[in-house]
Structures are given as structure tokens and as C-alpha cells.
Ligand binder design. Structure first.
Ligand SMILES: [Zn+2]
Length: 265
């Protein structure tokens, strides 16, 4: 497991391993190896290395490259993430989110001053002029599997391919609890009321910085009314006769499988 720790962040060094990004792609060696030794690439001043923590006694850094160094292939973050076990998934997610933070906070959002220095022990940049702190952005999103007897609700978003169904999900609004966000999103997207909202699990979703927070809920009232411009179709599906659902490496797929198990028990 990645150790985040509170010690001073080291500078990039030769015994560390590096995760190299190129736009939203990850640079890999043979067999999609994404932890790259220092001697395998040409470090440069523009790569903006960010310390991610310790992994199996090795310091890990993430860097951004503007072009692909010789000898590397690139692979989409999403594709690579879903080939990993849970620990590697979390490491890659963290690396990508920290690189996004470093890239997106070049100037202070309040006064526009250039942000040069990183904090020695935390992932925060402090504006040298107005002292505003800039942390990596984490955006909570709820995702919910809704039960009605032996059926669960599945919906297809506007941009999802035909025949591919998933749970209701959406961003938490400012000043809202997670449970309020679940009730509001379900009401807005499919016109239903739910109760018995229970937290189940969470998963970082680095596209670019969501934290998916998964729930079960029970149907209370209402008829399905898909929100125009958001949901193309939604319906109740018997747990033994489901359409195409998300990969079980995603929290969406996991929630559905766990909910079925729960309903059958
Ligand atoms: Zn400032």
C-alpha cells in the first residue's frame, strides 16, 4: 500500500521510481510497466516532479512530459487503471491527481501571482503574495443503487452507448450532505423519492479528480421520469435479468453486484 506520511518530501533522486504522464496518457515500458526507474528516461527541468509517497520502500514521483521519450508506449489512464489490483489503482489515481494539481495551480486563483514553491511536507502551494493555499482539488460525487423489491433501477446517460446501463450519479453541491445529494440527484434525474440511504463504499475516480461515494437506497414513491438532456432511458430491472452493466473494477459495477447479493440474502 502507498504510504503517504508526514515527513519532508524528498527531491527527485536516483533510487526512486517515476510515473510518467503525457497529457492524459501514461507512459509505459514492456507489459504496461508504469513504475519507471530513473536511469530509463532523461529527466528535464520542465517535467515538474511531484512526490506521491512511499511504495514498497521506494519513493514515488509523478512527472509530466510534453513529448513521449524514446522507448516508451502510451496508454490511456482509464485503460491502465482497470488492469490493476486495488493498491496499484490507488497509487496511479493519486499520482494523476497530484500531477493535475501541480499543472493547474501555476498561478494564484485570488491574486494571479506565479506559484513557484511547493510546501516541504504537504501537497499545498502557498501564494507568496496573499498566502492563499492551493490544495489538490477533490470533487465528491455520489453514486447510488436503488432497490424496489427484487428490482434495481438502471439508467443510461445521454452520452452512454446504447444498451449500457448504470447507477444514478452526480456531483455534491456546496453546502449539501452526501445523503441530501443522493436524494436530490435521484429526484432530478429520474423523478423518484428514496429512503434508507446507506453508505457502502468509495473509489477515487481521477477523471480528473472525483471521489465517488457509493450508496444503496430504497424506492419510496414516484414514477420514473428521465430528466431531458441528462438521462436517455431508465427502468427497473429484475436482479436475475440485467442489461449490460459497468465493469466490476468500477464502483458502479461493484455497487450493483453487492446490491444483488444483499437483496438475495
Ligand atoms: Zn495570491
Amino acid at each position: 500500500m502507498l504510504e503517504i506520511g508526514t515527513q519532508a518530501h524528498p527531491l527527485p533522486h536516483q533510487d526512486a521510481l517515476y510515473i510518467l504522464l503525457h497529457r492524459s496518457q501514461v507512459l509505459v515500458e514492456q507489459d504496461n510497466q508504469f513504475l519507471i526507474p530513473f536511469t530509463h528516461f532523461q529527466p528535464n527541468a520542465k517535467m515538474g516532479a511531484v512526490y506521491c509517497g512511499q511504495w514498497r520502500q521506494k519513493d514515488i514521483f509523478v512527472c509530466n512530459f510534453e513529448s513521449i521519450p524514446k522507448g516508451f508506449d502510451e496508454i490511456g489512464l482509464r485503460e491502465l487503471l482497470f488492469q490493476q489490483d486495488n493498491d496499484s489503482y490507488l497509487l496511479l489515481s493519486r499520482a494523476h491527481q497530484l500531477a493535475t494539481w501541480n499543472k493547474d495551480h501555476q498561478f494564484c486563483g485570488r491574486c494571479g501571482t506565479a506559484m513557484r514553491e511547493k510546501h516541504p511536507t504537504e501537497h499545498t502551494k502557498i501564494c507568496p503574495k496573499c498566502t492563499l493555499r492551493h490544495y489538490p482539488r477533490i470533487s465528491p460525487c455520489i453514486i447510488v443503487s436503488i432497490r424496489k423489491g427484487d428490482h434495481i433501477l438502471l439508467a443510461r446517460g445521454l452520452h452512454a452507448p446504447k444498451g449500457k446501463f448504470s447507477n444514478i450519479a452526480g456531483f455534491v453541491e456546496a453546502g449539501e450532505t452526501l445523503e441530501q445529494a443522493v436524494a436530490r440527484e435521484v429526484r432530478e434525474e429520474v423523478g423518484l423519492e428514496v429512503s434508507n440511504i446507506q453508505y457502502i463504499d468509495s473509489q477515487p475516480w481521477s477523471f480528473p479528480h472525483q471521489l465517488m461515494v457509493g450508496f444503496f437506497a430504497d424506492y419510496t414513491s414516484g414514477d420514473i421520469a428521465p430528466a431531458p438532456g441528462e438521462i436517455d432511458e431508465a427502468d427497473w430491472y429484475h436482479i436475475d435479468d440485467l442489461p449490460h452493466i459497468p465493469n466490476s473494477a468500477t464502483i458502479s459495477g461493484q455497487l450493483i453486484l453487492q446490491h444483488i447479493k444483499h437483496i438475495k440474502s
